[in-house]
Design a protein around this ligand. Structure first.
Ligand code: CUA
Length: 320
């Protein structure tokens, strides 16, 4: 009702929701009004005020059983019809992989949107989903560690991201009335299943773009895909690493990235390691392999492409 409508589902869900509100609020108000009226009308008026004998009323009892049953059944049918629509994937829907892990969302486009189809799927920047206005999509959703839940309020969709299992959700994104002026829309993505300390920070943005702009953006992402630079690395660190690794030397959950490259670290095994490219790569892909003394084995493996790994390393080298 008060959340902007960013998909084909939003008007349907809002209508059902409003009907449920009406079907509960109206009886609630009536019931309480009658209650207050009766309390005053039939209050005890003195020591000798006796309650008269009250028989039942068949008409009244049948009415208050049958009418709510019909209303509730109508609500159920409405919900069922909408639910069935929302579980039906439109023909030609674009499939997008959604991966939830502590504590970020990653999105992959299949090769079908690419000009060069041999290059495989396209990874979008962590937490940033780009969709084409009016084109139906199917989200193929999974988790890698614990249960997360992919929630886009503007779309009115919410689906668990479960390890070792695929779930799906489908939607046709639209640009909401509120954001029509700018010609595109940005909606918030949340994780709505408690998944650990940074659960509330597991956010993202969906960008709904008109066709021309969408194609331009995808082309830019494809071109940037194999770029290796400290700037790319900085973006990844800010999106995926910052919650646990500071860049100013302060201790958060894991070791700070400042001055890390070339440093000698004492490990929990008593051994010592010099931080080089290989140690950094291993620490991102298999974080539990070599744990620095004084820190917990808490980091999940990262979903990073080769170019992204190289960019992160290039960035860490600049943090002297
Ligand atoms: Cu992921 Cu909560």
């Amino acid at each position: 009702m008060w959340i902007e409508q960013g998909s084909n589902w939003a008007p349907l869900v809002d209508f059902d929701m409003n009907m449920i509100h009406l079907a509960t609020i109206i009886p609630f108000v009536l019931l309480n009004a009658v209650l207050v009226y009766f309390i005053i009308k039939y209050r005890r008026r003195g020591e000798n005020d006796q309650t008269s004998s009250i028989a039942h009323s068949t008409v009244l009892e049948v009415a208050w059983t049958v009418i709510p049953t019909i209303v509730l059944f109508a609500l159920f049918i409405m919900g069922l019809v909408t639910f069935r629509k929302m579980r039906t994937v439109a023909q030609g829907a674009r499939e997008i992989e959604v991966v939830g892990q502590k504590w970020q969302w990653d999105f992959y486009y299949p090769s079908l949107v690419r000009e060069n189809k041999d290059k495989g799927r396209l990874k979008l920047p962590t937490g940033q989903l780009y969709l084409e206005e009016g084109v139906p999509v199917k989200f193929l959703i999974r988790g890698t560690d614990v249960i997360h839940s992919f929630f886009v309020p503007a779309f009115r969709i919410k689906e668990d991201a479960v390890p070792n299992m695929y779930t799906f959700s489908t939607v046709t994104p639209v640009i909401s009335e509120e954001q029509k002026k700018s010609g595109k829309a940005v909606y918030r993505i949340f994780c709505t299943e408690y998944c650990g300390t940074q659960h509330s920070g597991m956010l993202g943005d969906v960008h709904v773009l008109p066709t021309a702009e969408f194609q331009k953006r995808i082309r830019e992402l494809e071109e940037a895909e194999n770029n290796v630079s400290p700037d790319e690395g900085k973006k990844i660190v800010q999106q995926s690493c910052k919650a646990c690794h500071s860049i100013d030397g302060s201790k958060v959950v894991g070791p700070s990235l400042k001055g890390l490259f070339g440093k000698k670290e004492a490990l929990t095994t008593g051994e010592e390691v010099t931080v080089d490219e290989n140690y950094l790569i291993e620490s991102m892909l298999q974080p539990g392999a070599k744990i620095v003394k004084g820190f917990p084995n808490a980091m999940p493996p990262q979903n990073l492409t080769d170019a992204e790994l190289a960019s992160v390393i290039a960035y860490i080298k600049t943090l002297k």
